[in-house]
Design a protein around this ligand. Structure first.
Ligand code: AMP
Ligand code: MG
Length: 496
């Protein structure tokens, strides 16, 4: 077996950053899924991880040579309340690897046993949430959204105790960084200025090398982190994705979607949709995500104030100037993305405000008529300048189709400003309007088959379809469908 080429740097930051901890072995690891294409991206194709040795590594039973396992320290605001010490309670960073393209990646096991930060928890993960994270994170990647990746899933051969006994699983996750906003908060809460600077320097070198030459690299870093987050959340909004638990410890400093817990894609559009069973106040509802992004970034800015300027007043002003750009950046991203979804790519200056109003009117009409988010945009991307029979596909999604018709008249009027042909516009729209998303009821079906019948075919089939979410696939129409009333999943759980 070839070695995994680890090149660990986080471990060199010093003992205040982590606690060295190995994974706890499990009884009987079985490799359920291995991500060949990601392994290739990482330069791991020759390591032969798709094997029994691989299963032992991904289960934490075998520590690969060069790994220096540790649990990272971090703090975080959970639903608005600050906890000065959270940390990896059920995850372990095995180490960092450099891909053939020269990009650093963290490799982490999640569900690998207790650590210094486990508090009352068992350090384990149930198989269901692990399969869910695999499906959704890999779908996000194929949808074009920055995200942590899934390299492998194993079952442990052990049960975990939740409301009932559930089979245990471990996911191996890959990220360009597992540093979170909460990691900065950890050092800030301790008043450890040196730690903050060290962390910021590490993150800049690793994830934001472009800011190194700025007059003040820390200001430029904050701006880049703000831009990344604005772009990311705008992408979530354009796909109807609800993260569900946007605590500051679940916001990646690299701008990747991280910590797939009670997340979900909407079926019928609802501006204020909440899935997470623990989000009773709706803090992380769909419509709140953009402003929560700003709230979290404000917490980040607070931690690095001493790096932004010599005196506090000046630093606060600098931070505010940067944070002010977030909502503007978010709205620019959102409008550009939504225009693309609606096929509006020309006469942008002239029609800016009208386009925004037109798009908002579509969403209002969808909400009033329980129209499916994904299918509305997919069928819109099949429409032509002249009304045709096939309009009935999209009309049927609306409780009252005439309300859609009224909107479509305005949309078609706006299309007259576009010089593209129907075919050109449809092709462009289909590149941004997916046919398939990981629908909750399908994920649930995959989990049920795996947990209840040891049958992974439903998981594998769903994963396969989601590899190519923008292309309609022969014989896969059932994956497009919203849930039947008895299939609706109303709540999602962290699975902790
Ligand atoms: P999460 O909700 O997954 O973002 O986790 C929040 C915090 O709780 C993190 O510090 C986790 O490491 C910790 N945690 C969650 N589940 C467990 C568990 N089963 N055992 C130990 N720690 C956990
Ligand atoms: Mg978390």
């Amino acid at each position: 077996m070839h070695k995994i080429p680890f090149k660990n740097r986080y471990v060199t930051l010093g003992k205040t950053f982590y606690v060295k901890t190995g994974p706890s072995p499990v009884a009987n690891p079985t490799l359920i899924k291995f991500n060949d294409s990601l392994a290739k991206t990482l330069g791991l194709s020759d390591v032969n991880l798709n094997s029994t040795d691989g299963a032992e590594i991904f289960a934490g039973n075998l520590i690969p040579e060069g790994a220096e396992p540790l649990a990272m320290a971090y703090a975080g605001h959970q639903f608005g309340y600050f906890n000065p010490q959270l940390g990896d309670g059920r995850a372990i960073l095995l180490g960092e690897i450099v891909s053939p393209d020269g990009i650093f990646f963290d490799m982490q096991l999640k569900g690998s046993g207790r650590t210094f930060y486990s508090r009352g928890g068992d350090g384990r993960a149930a198989l269901g949430p692990v399969l869910r994270e695999y499906l959704v994170s890999e779908a996000m990647e194929k949808l074009g959204v920055p995200t942590t990746r899934a390299l492998a899933v194993v079952t442990t051969g052990e049960d975990v105790v939740r409301e009932r006994l559930l089979p245990g699983g471990i996911i191996t996750r890959i990220a360009t960084s597992f540093v979170r906003v909460g990691t900065f908060q950890y050092f800030s809460a301790k008043g450890d200025l040196k730690g903050i600077k060290k962390l910021a320097d590490y993150v800049i070198e690793r994830n934001y090398p472009q800011v190194c030459d700025a007059v003040n690299p820390y200001v430029a870093f904050l701006k880049a982190a703000v831009d990344n987050q604005a772009a990311l959340i705008s992408q979530w909004m354009q796909l109807g994705f609800i993260h569900g638990v946007m605590n500051t410890d679940n916001m990646s400093i690299a701008g990747e979607t991280i910590d797939y817990g009670p997340c979900a894609f909407m079926d019928a559009y609802d501006h204020d949709r909440v899935f997470s069973a623990i989000d009773s106040g709706g803090r992380y509802a769909y419509s709140n995500q953009p402003t929560i992004g700003l709230w979290n970034l404000t917490r980040l800015a607070e931690t690095i104030l001493p790096l932004l300027a010599e005196d506090t007043d000046a630093a606060v002003e600098v931070a505010q100037d940067v944070l002010k750009t977030y909502l503007e950046s978010y709205h620019i991203n959102w409008l550009a993305g939504m225009r693309a979804k609606c096929g509006l790519t020309e006469n942008l200056d002239k029609s800016k405000n009208d386009d925004k109003a037109l798009i908002e009117e579509l969403f209002n009409t969808m909400a009033a008529n329980n129209a499916d988010f994904t299918l509305t945009f997919f069928y819109l991307s099949l429409m032509t300048e002249q009304p045709l029979e096939q309009d009935n596909h999209i009309r049927a999604l609306f409780d009252n189709p005439t309300q859609f018709d009224e909107w479509a008249v305005k949309w078609r009027k706006r299309l007259r400003d576009e010089s593209t042909t129907d075919g050109e516009r449809q092709a462009e729209m289909q590149m941004v309007n997916p046919v398939y998303i990981p629908r909750n009821h399908q994920i649930e079906a995959a989990i049920r088959a795996a947990e209840d019948h040891d049958d992974y075919s439903v998981f594998h089939d769903l994963h396969e379809v989601l590899q190519n979410p923008y292309a309609q696939q022969d014989g896969k129409d059932s994956y497009m469908l919203p849930p039947e009333p008895d299939e609706v999943v109303r709540q999602t759980f962290c699975g902790t």
